[in-house]
Design a protein around this ligand. Structure first.
Ligand code: PRT
Ligand code: MG
Length: 217
């Protein structure tokens, strides 16, 4: 009997860039999650299904074994602290950079000297705390769940730590990136127990993803 496999994905950019990898593994969703309201999407394989979750929830579903594997951004994975996750492959998709950004004209060089104190708004408090601790800068961290770009414009924070890809959002909001924190791409995350129990189903998919990724480069 073939094992039942559940794959956790988020809608949007990760899903779009994962489709070719799934296709290379012969897996096709029978409905488009972008237009369907269903959260469980069947595939052309009776034993394989996709579950559609928020990007930040992918590691949680995989960690607890509700999904056997999933795809999540390195931003989400660094911020999520949990055991039971095996990260065998950087898929090199949904690439961007995590940056510190401030209002144009804000003197970041002066405000980020060792010993200074900065108010920083971010969705990534752990990553931000580590970054500023490394520079010897004290921070008041303000956790936000989206639209970080607004915070420096309305006086909520001096700086933000956020993802930047084209830079258009910063530009449109009169902000500028002033410091690189870490390069981000999405990775495969696999439940460790599932990998052992369903090795003959999961490992071939990991191998195809690795090949498809290398062909793209
Ligand atoms: O949007 P939602 O709140 O539902 O969830 P999410 O933001 O967690 O998911 P989604 O789909 O937006 O992002 C999923 C993953 O894509 C992230 O975890 C990253 O690993 C990756 N990724 C790659 C990005 C970007 N590029 C990106 N540019 N995630 C977000 N952005 C945002 C950024 O936060 C900023 O607001 O896009 C804006 C900047 O884009 P540019 O092109 O204007 O610079
Ligand atoms: Mg988003």
């Amino acid at each position: 009997m073939t094992a039942q496999l559940t794959i956790a994905l988020s809608k949007g950019r990760i899903y779009e860039e994962t489709l070719p990898l799934l296709a290379a593994a012969g897996i096709k969703a029978i409905e488009d999650p972008e237009s369907s309201r269903k959260l469980i999407i069947n595939t052309n394989h009776n034993n394989i299904r996709l579950i559609i979750v928020r990007a930040t929830d992918v590691p949680t579903y995989v960690q607890y074994g509700a999904a056997d594997f999933g795809i999540a951004g390195k931003d989400v994975l660094i911020e999520h602290d949990g055991d039971g996750l095996y990260q065998p492959l950087d898929l090199n998709i949904a690439r961007c950079r995590m940056m510190v950004a401030v209002r144009k004209g804000f003197d970041y060089a002066a405000a980020s000297q060792p010993g200074c104190r900065l108010r920083v708004a971010t969705k990534y408090p752990n990553i931000a705390a580590e970054h500023f601790a490394g520079k010897g800068v004290h921070t008041d961290l303000i956790k936000l769940y989206g639209s970080m770009e607004l915070a420096p414009l309305v006086g909520l924070a001096d700086a933000i730590v956020d993802l930047v890809s084209t830079g258009n959002t910063l530009q449109a909001n009169n902000l500028q990136a002033v410091e690189h924190v870490v390069d981000i791409s999405s990775r495969l995350v696999v439940n460790k127990a599932a990998l052992k129990l369903k090795y003959s189903c999961i490992q071939p998919i990991i191998d195809v993803f690795a090949q498809a990724k290398n062909q793209k480069i």
